[in-house]
Design a protein around this ligand. Structure first.
Ligand code: GDP
Length: 323
């Protein structure tokens, strides 16, 4: 199907067209990439309108349950919600999609919701290569709240920060996380930390942990405090407040210009990463480079040649032949 036609269907709210378009941007096949770029270029003017929110946290923290609760409340408030679930383990187990559908029952049932698990997400940091583009497609399709769910495994937080406007980190009290260890990761990326399962017997512990975290983070972070709160995805305690906090934050981000500068910085990093990938690809295809590579690798591994010097020699060889 030509890009223009698929784009039109997508903009008209056809969720199957959106799903097809996302498959296209996630594909690594060269012909698919070309179609994806044509489609994205066409749709670019209609993107940018959503609040891009990441939810990260360890397995079992309650991400799916919270997304269902949060999404359901957003729906009640009249928002259209897209959930892009990125599970680095799904490429191996293949089971997360079913699990997500089970846990996000209310969302799965609504026609104002788009749910998507990524099939090829086993990349560095737990975000699929096409996730950034999938977010753009959801925006062109009119979704106002795009929730990106990912398992927090260190690099994943940085990866979602490069895609989203707001990063929510879900954690549990007494999950074995040293507060000191948590802080360092949180400081860099989380805009809000949510201590989940503040219900039943776990309630006092969750409340105490949230208070402890809030105290520690307010001391450490100078550029505005991290929002820290205890929630229960199950009883929906704190969930309406979370939705209000998100709405207020979206307004502030836009009004202050921070949204624009944050997204510009993301695009700059995306460009730089794409350029590195593109150049590496070209180098890998270059005959001189391919001939030179084994001997350079051997010399580097044996300690006879500096890695920097080897890289420069290879680049010199490529750019000389292409002149
Ligand atoms: P995920 O792996 O982070 O997506 O976590 P899930 O949403 O699948 O939840 C893991 C388990 O914790 C499930 O058995 C949920 O029913 C349970 N759970 C999730 N949220 C809460 C909560 O707020 N309170 C309690 N008590 N259990 C929860």
């Amino acid at each position: 199907m030509p890009a223009a036609e698929l784009g039109e269907q997508l903009r008209a709210g056809d969720r199957r067209a959106l799903a097809r378009a996302i498959s296209l941007v996630e594909s690594t096949r060269a012909d698919h990439r070309a179609q994806a770029e044509a489609l994205l270029s066409e749709l670019l003017p209609f993107t940018g309108g959503s609040h891009r929110v990441a939810l990260t946290g360890p397995p079992g923290a309650g991400k799916s349950t919270l997304l269902d609760a949060l999404g359901a409340q957003a729906l009640l408030a009249g928002q259209r919600v897209a959930v892009l679930a990125i599970d680095p383990a799904s490429a191996i187990s293949g089971g997360s999609l079913l699990g997500d559908a089970v846990r996000m029952q209310r969302l799965a049932a609504s026609e104002h919701v788009f749910l998507r698990g990524s099939s090829n997400a086993a990349t560095l940091g737990g975000t699929a290569p096409g996730t950034r583009e999938a977010v753009l497609l959801c925006e062109a399709a009119g979704f106002e709240l795009v929730l990106v769910e990912t398992v927090g495994v260190g690099q994943a937080e940085q990866a979602v920060r490069d895609i989203c406007d707001t990063v929510l980190m879900l954690t549990l009290a007494g999950a074995g996380d040293e507060i000191q260890g948590l802080k360092r990761g949180l400081l860099e990326v989380a805009d809000a930390v949510l201590v989940n399962k503040a219900d039943g017997a776990g309630e006092p512990l969750a409340l105490a942990f949230a208070q402890e975290l809030a105290g520690a983070l307010s001391l450490l972070r100078r550029d505005g405090a991290t929002h820290v709160t205890a929630v229960s995805a199950q009883t929906e305690r704190g969930v309406p407040e979370l939705l209000s906090w998100l709405a207020a934050r979206a307004t502030t981000l836009r009004a202050s210009g921070e949204l624009m500068s944050r997204r510009q910085a993301q695009l700059e990093r995306a460009f730089s990463a794409s350029l590195s990938r593109e150049l590496l690809l070209r180098v890998a295809q270059d005959e001189r480079a391919r001939a030179l590579l084994p001997s350079l690798e051997t010399a580097v591994k044996s300690g006879d040649l500096l890695p920097t010097a080897a890289a420069r020699r290879l680049a010199d060889a490529v750019f000389e032949t292409s002149r």
